[in-house]
Design a protein around this ligand. Structure first.
Ligand SMILES: NC(=O)c1ccc[n+]([C@@H]2O[C@H](COP(=O)([O-])OP(=O)(O)OC[C@H]3O[C@@H](n4cnc5c(N)ncnc54)[C@H](O)[C@@H]3O)[C@@H](O)[C@H]2O)c1
Length: 348
C-alpha cells in the first residue's frame, strides 16, 4: 500500500450529481439571480482581468474551446465543445468542465462539471444584459430554439427581468414539447408556437438559441418590431449566425469582448467599422444602454471567459461546510517537493 496522498494533493471536485444537488439546495431561480449578480460584479471590474479571445479548435463536426482568464489572484479556465450534429447521435451539443487555481502557487482550487453550469451562466449573462437593455416592464419573451439551454434562459428572464410569458418555437416540435413540459410548474405562461413568426408576436424580448454551423436566418428583418430586445445566443462561432444582417443594420449592438465577438458573433457578417458597445461599459455607466423606447437593442452573445470565472467562483463559494463535492487527489504532491520520482517509487 503506498502512503496516502498529502493534504495538498486534494482538490474539491463537483460532479454532475453534486451540481444537481447544489442547484436544488439553493433553488434554481435563486442560483440564476445570484449568478446574474456574480457575473455582473465581475464585468464591472473588467479592467482587473486578463482577456483574450478563446482558443478554438475547429473541425467539420464542431469546435472544442479553451476559455481562460485571471484577475491576478485567481486563474480560471473552461473546456467546452459545440457540436451541432451531436444531438442526433445521442450526445449533447455543448458539454463542459472547468477549474479555478491560485495565481500565487498555481495549485488548483476546485474542479467542476460545467455543462449544467454553462447553461446557468449563459442564462444569467443573458438576463444581466436584458435587465439593462430590454424595454422596462418586458413581460413576454419569444424563445426560438428549444434545446438544452432553453428552460434556463426562460427561468433567468423570469427571475431577473420579470417575464411572465414565454413563446416557444423549434423546428423540431418534440423539443418544444420537452421545454413546455419542463416549464409546466415554473409559473410562466408557456405558449407553444407553430412558427417563429407566431413566437415573436407581442414579445418584447426575442431569444434565439439554435444550433447549426451555418449562416442561418432564424430572424428576418420584418420579424423585429421597434423597441424589441434581441438576445442572440446561438451564433457563437465563425460561419455560424442566426440573424439577417438587415437587423444588425437597424440595431444598437452590445457584446461581451469585442475582439472575440468580431470573430464569432452575429457581427462577423458586418465590416470592422460596424459600431458595438461592450456591455461592461453599460454596467459601469461608462456607455449608454437603451436610450429610447423604439430602439432595437441586440445582445450578440458568444460566451466569454469572465462569465465562467464568475460561475466557478460562485460554485466554489457555496462548497464550504457542505458535502456537494468529493476531495480528489489531483495534484502529485511529494513530501520533499523535489522528490517526485521517489513518490512514484512508493507505489512500486
Ligand atoms: N452564447 C453563449 O454563451 C452560448 C452558451 C451555450 C450555448 N450556446 C450556443 O447556443 C446554441 C444552442 O445550444 P443548445 O445547447 O441549446 O443546443 P441544442 O442542440 O440542445 O438545441 C438547439 C435547438 O435548436 C433547434 N433548431 C435548429 N435550427 C433551428 C431553426 N432554424 N429554427 C428553430 N429551431 C432550430 C434544434 O431543433 C434544437 O432543438 C448552440 O449553438 C450553442 O453553441 C451559446
Amino acid at each position: 500500500m503506498p502512503p496516502a496522498p498529502s493534504e495538498l494533493a486534494y482538490i474539491p471536485f463537483v460532479s454532475v450529481e453534486n451540481m444537481m444537488r447544489l442547484v436544488h439546495h439553493v433553488g434554481i431561480e435563486t442560483v440564476l439571480l445570484e449568478l446574474t449578480d456574480a457575473v455582473e460584479a465581475d464585468f464591472r471590474r473588467w479592467n482587473a482581468f486578463e482577456k483574450t479571445p478563446r482558443m478554438a479548435s475547429h473541425s467539420r463536426q464542431g469546435v472544442i474551446e479553451l476559455m481562460p482568464t485571471s484577475d491576478g489572484e485567481i486563474f480560471g479556465f473552461k473546456y467546452v465543445n459545440g457540436h451541432p450534429g451531436n444531438a442526433a447521435k445521442g450526445f449533447q451539443t455543448v458539454a463542459a468542465f472547468g477549474l479555478l487555481a491560485r495565481v500565487d502557487t498555481g495549485y488548483p482550487l476546485v474542479l467542476t462539471e460545467m455543462t449544467l453550469l454553462t447553461a446557468l451562466r449563459t442564462a444569467a449573462t443573458s438576463a444581466m444584459a436584458a435587465r439593462h437593455l430590454a424595454p422596462p416592464g418586458a413581460k413576454v419573451m419569444a424563445m426560438i430554439g428549444n434545446g438544452a439551454q432553453a428552460e434556463f434562459q426562460a427561468l433567468a428572464m423570469k427571475a431577473v427581468v420579470g417575464i411572465e410569458e414565454v413563446r416557444l418555437y423549434d423546428i423540431d416540435p418534440r423539443a418544444t414539447q420537452k421545454t413546455a413540459r419542463n416549464l409546466g410548474k415554473s409559473g410562466l405562461r408557456v405558449i407553444a408556437c407553430a412558427s417563429s413568426q407566431e413566437a415573436v408576436a407581442g414579445a418584447q424580448i426575442i431569444t434565439t438559441c439554435t444550433a447549426d454551423k451555418a449562416y442561418a436566418t432564424i430572424l428576418t428583418d420584418n420579424m423585429v418590431g421597434a423597441g424589441v430586445h434581441i438576445n442572440a445566443i446561438g451564433g457563437d462561432c465563425p460561419g455560424k449566425t442566426e440573424l439577417h444582417r438587415d437587423i444588425l443594420a437597424r440595431a444598437s449592438t452590445f457584446v461581451e469582448f469585442e475582439p472575440q465577438t468580431r470573430i464569432e458573433g452575429e457581427i462577423q457578417q458586418m465590416d470592422a467599422s460596424y459600431p458595438v458597445t461592450e456591455i461592461w461599459r453599460v454596467l459601469t455607466g461608462d456607455a449608454e444602454g437603451r436610450r429610447d423606447p423604439r430602439q432595437i437593442t441586440l445582445f450578440d452573445s458568444v460566451g466569454f471567459a469572465i462569465e465562467d470565472f464568475a460561475a466557478l467562483r460562485y460554485v466554489y463559494s457555496k462548497l464550504q461546510g457542505t458535502d456537494f463535492f468529493q476531495p480528489i487527489d489531483m495534484v502529485a504532491d511529494p513530501d520533499d517537493p523535489r522528490d517526485l520520482f521517489g513518490m512514484l517509487l512508493r507505489a512500486a
